[in-house]
Design a protein around this ligand. Structure first.
Ligand SMILES: NC(=O)c1ccc[n+]([C@@H]2O[C@H](COP(=O)([O-])OP(=O)(O)OC[C@H]3O[C@@H](n4cnc5c(N)ncnc54)[C@H](OP(=O)(O)O)[C@@H]3O)[C@@H](O)[C@H]2O)c1
Length: 225
């Protein structure tokens, strides 16, 4: 399958929590945000799941550094078309383009409303096993129709878990904020139990560990499982 290079970036607490059950925990520091925005500026597209848009109203643009032109395409995976029409990511499509992937579960009416905002909308199939949008088709479309060579996946937990489970990730950056977050209902970096023994788990290569003023950054090259 022809697909873009896939890079995950995520900010985590020391115990692997990336958000509380209520929403964002703001685990990035200013120093880390500058790095993230430089990373965004180096890719062709940035992808998030619909829950991240609903809870955080993320803009997915480049601040902190001078944005390249055109800026990265913003991609939302949203099978049922739950995206609020006043979401920041649906405004000002001239300056920053958005692409929303939906499934047949999204009503025609909502699809038309999203299209009216000038965002692109593409319908894809759902994965029979997970019920989520088919990631391999999405990656193929991004490469062949949009010329996306480098894709940054920013979350949340469900999206990261699905990309990792399907071995569709090449590189990963985890910024650890030096605190514990806890919470049984919190969102974790990896949200599903898939192994019984640690020996069942694919191991990943640690490329570097970098200490920041607050926290540290782990850079991984992902194993193919
Ligand atoms: N710390 C960080 O770096 C960071 C970064 C980003 C987000 N977050 C946090 O993460 C939280 C949201 O995480 P979340 O796990 O609830 O949701 P999410 O990953 O943002 O979105 C998941 C939703 O996306 C849709 N989806 C469609 N296709 C999918 C696919 N192939 N795989 C996975 N999902 C797919 C599904 O909804 P449908 O079934 O309706 O399509 C699914 O429930 C927010 O609180 C946000 O603050 C943290």
């Amino acid at each position: 399958m022809e697909r873009p290079e896939v890079i995950i970036n995520v900010a985590s607490s020391l115990d692997g929590v990336i958000a509380s059950d209520k929403g964002a925990l703001f685990l990035s520091t200013t120093e880390d945000w500058i790095r993230v925005h430089e990373l965004r500026n180096s890719v062709d597209a940035i992808l998030v799941g619909i829950n991240t848009i609903i809870t955080d109203d993320s803009l997915l643009t480049i601040r902190y550094v001078k944005p390249k032109s055109p800026p990265p395409l913003r991609i939302i995976l949203d099978s049922k078309g739950r995206i609020p029409l006043n979401s920041k990511v649906l405004q000002n499509q001239k300056a920053n383009k958005t692409l929303v992937f939906i499934s047949e579960k999204c009503s025609e009416e909502k699809k038309e409303k999203i299209v009216k905002s000038k965002a692109d909308v593409i319908t894809v199939l759902e994965d029979e096993k997970s019920g989520f949008l088919e990631l391999t088709s999405i990656l193929e479309i991004l490469k062949s129709q949009y010329g996306i060579k480098k894709l940054l996946v920013e979350g949340g937990s469900t999206i990261i878990t699905q990309f990792l489970k399907k071995n569709l990730v090449d590189r990963m950056y985890i910024f650890y904020f030096p605190a514990f977050a806890g919470g049984i209902k919190a969102k974790h970096l990896f949200g599903e139990r898939v192994i019984k023994e640690i020996s069942d788990a694919p191991q990943h290569e640690i490329k570097s560990i970098e200490e920041f003023d607050e926290g540290f950054l782990v850079s991984l090259k992902l194993g193919k499982g």
